[in-house]
Design a protein around this ligand. Structure first.
Ligand code: NAD
Length: 275
């Protein structure tokens, strides 16, 4: 499958569909990541807190795929927002991954109550200047904190990774991103198995019409909206199935029907404002 590359405001690009490894146990991380690379994924999304950077790095090394063909994201955990801690945390992630640089480094959560997200953002700017990370972005930032780091530094994140799926479409943040030239990246794109999203009648009817799976329909909805997405699976057939969603094009009516599934209480995970 040919995965489109979307442009960042910093001149680089990101493959629109990647492979996420949240809750992938460390002992199987190398194996499932190898399966994803063999299936054709070239974008991997991990984090320090997932405890599987080593396995992801091993799969990358064993794949023999040229480094420049891969796009690797990792994230700064909440305990390392202080400037020097953030620099050290990135260096430690690179060490575990066995990489000279990551393509994208994200602040994992703004954690407003800690009050150190501006300092953490300054550290990411320094890491980019030092060449340890190619592009810098954030994850789980309420609108107020997103605006604040931009105003405090004059540097805009290229991407914002947030919980987003048809039940929780995040219209306000997407509009704010569009104003600032920030790409939207969806985590939990399939609803993390926490709701009946993949059994929803609208989703299953569209799936039947295309002889596609419900997961593919949901992923095609993300792609139709220009959202970068990183579905996770440890099941070989689903790893392949999720990537093949790039070949499914929904009609405008189907996209609109899925848009209509959005709910006020559709959030499945933590509200970033409360952390
Ligand atoms: P997801 O929405 O990708 O759901 C994954 C689950 O959906 C799987 O465990 C499986 O149960 C099911 N599934 C996957 N493929 C399927 C298919 N084809 N058919 C039926 N069911 C299927 O949730 P996620 O893993 O939480 O999110 C994706 C990635 O986003 C993560 O792996 C991680 O990289 C990232 N993430 C980031 C944050 C953050 O705070 N920045 C939080 C959560 C996840």
């Amino acid at each position: 499958p040919v995965v489109p590359a979307l442009p960042f405001a910093d001149g680089r690009t990101i493959p629109q569909l990647g492979y996420g490894v949240f809750k992938v146990e460390p002992d199987i991380a190398a194996d499932v990541t190898s399966q994803a690379l063999a299936a054709g994924y070239r974008h991997l999304d991990t984090a320090r807190i997932y405890r599987n950077e080593e396995g992801v790095g091993r799969a990358i090394a064993e794949s023999g795929i040229p480094r420049e063909e891969l796009f690797v994201t990792t994230k700064l955990w909440d305990d390392a927002h202080a400037f020097d801690d953030a620099i050290a945390a990135c260096e430690a992630s690179l060490e575990r991954l066995g990489l000279e640089y990551v393509d994208l480094y994200l602040i994992h959560w703004a954690a407003p109550s800690q009050g150190q997200y501006v300092e953490a953002w300054k550290a990411l700017i320094a890491l980019q200047e030092r060449g340890l990370v190619r592009s810098i972005g954030v994850s789980n930032f309420p609108a107020a904190q997103l605006t604040e780091i931009i105003e405090a530094t004059g540097v805009t994140p290229v991407i914002h990774q947030i919980e987003l799926h048809p039940y929780f479409p995040q219209r306000e943040l997407r509009a704010l991103h569009a104003e600032h030239g920030i790409l939207t990246e969806s985590w939990g794109p399939l609803g993390q198995g926490k709701s009946d999203l993949l059994e929803n009648g609208t989703v299953t009817e569209i799936a039947a019409a295309h002889e596609a799976s419900p997961a593919q329909v949901v992923l095609a909805w993300h792609l139709a909206h220009g959202i970068v997405t990183i579905p996770k699976s440890v099941t070989p057939s689903r790893i392949v199935e999720n990537l093949a969603a790039v070949e499914l094009t929904l009609t405008a009516e189907e996209v609109a029907a899925l848009d209509a599934l959005g709910r006020e209480d559709g959030r499945g995970g933590t509200d970033p404002a409360t952390k």
